[in-house]
Design a protein around this ligand. Sequence first.
Ligand code: ADP
Ligand code: MG
Length: 259
Amino acid sequence: PGSHWQLLSFRRNDNECEETWVARIRLDGVSKQFGTTQVVREVNLDITDGEFLVLLGPSGCGKSTLLRMIAGLESPSAGRILLDDRDITATPPQQRNVAMVFQSYALYPHLTVAKNIGSPLRARGRSRQQIREKVTDVAATLGLDEHLDRRPGALSGGQRQRVALARAMVREPGAFLMDEPLSNLDAALRSATRTELTGLHRRLGTTFLYVTHDQVEAMTMATRIALLNGGRVEQVGTPSELYDAPRSTFVAAFLGAPP
Ligand code: ADP
Ligand code: MG
């Protein structure tokens, strides 16, 4: 897969990109309530430039809600979200310098791969020429060049996942947000995609914020893990910090570390 993940050279000399593309994300006392249920509780988190931060925790602990608030798809009930020191708590999703990589089933089934990948640029009113260039470039990087005229239904699960990633990439975001992106893939493909994603992160240097309930995924992919429990951050640290020095029995039990 090495050839799929060549450095995106166009990112470096694209003058249209008005913002930096390595984002620092800061959560300041972020909470979320649905009705009377509080699902995210005063989360403080500083996600630094270019790290691969995994939001880890059991099902229902608030991981997706937290990610959706960063993407702008949910509004916090309290607290602030800062992107490169700018308060974006009330900024619409399209105007945030972050891109959510949706599950591959969120692709437009009736559109070609090229049109799927180019859709965020079309929405921004870019010219056909600009769109074609960027789509070609990203597709080459992800090994999708031969599939541009096909429809998502004709692709494998792994290829569809790459199209979803490509669609996020054309926006040149400062951060990629991913919510259990491997959950629809079989075991072999999951392992290969894990390696591809960490390779991509290394090459791009972009901030990755990655949600999973899978400890192995977190331990192998993360530069840092934020372990959530009942809407709270239990512990933040490198995989080895959490494993070797768990701050609570919950952390130890969740990571399967000896007590
Ligand atoms: P996770 O991604 O960690 O599994 P979620 O963020 O999806 O957790 O959900 C956290 C809690 O919030 C769950 O109990 C879920 O049922 C609840 N929840 C999520 N979204 C909504 C919503 N739109 N309305 C009501 N409750 C919700
Ligand atoms: Mg979830």
